[in-house]
Ligand binder design. Structure first.
Ligand SMILES: [Cu+2]
Length: 126
């Protein structure tokens, strides 16, 4: 279990590092600019698509849920670890701003916990 986890972490970092480096080079020289918020669209239709999202510790993320179904099951989405509960009217995008993310998994699910998705937050490299 431990070697597997280490391998996963290493491969994730390997993927993220080149991106981080080029983003830093392209960033404006101003030191303390507010971090950009990344909007991620999640389609709600017999589950969440994508069902797994990746982010980096400290990143600002906004989830945009688009519910394309009328079954009462997905009428609301909850993120228990962040104390968020949000109604999702059909065919009406709803955005949910998340606080700065700590590393670890943030689960999102329907009110009855039948459908689930995961926001995987990896530690900031370095
Ligand atoms: Cu449900």
């Amino acid at each position: 279990m431990k070697p597997l986890r280490a391998f996963f972490l290493a491969s994730t970092l390997a993927l993220l590092l080149p991106l981080g480096a080029s983003a830093e080079e392209a960033a404006a020289p101003a030191g303390e600019a507010a971090p950009a918020v990344r909007e991620i669209e999640i389609i709600v239709d017999r589950g969440y698509k994508p069902v797994r999202i990746e982010a980096v510790e400290g990143e600002r993320v906004r989830l945009k849920f688009v519910r394309r179904e009328y079954t009462p099951c997905t009428r609301e989405v909850i993120l228990p670890s962040l104390n968020i509960r949000q109604e999702l009217p059909p065919n009406k995008p709803v955005t949910v701003d998340l606080p700065p993310l700590k590393s670890g998994d943030v689960e999102f699910m329907c009110g009855m916990k039948m459908f689930r998705g995961t926001l995987v937050v990896t530690p900031r490299p370095g």
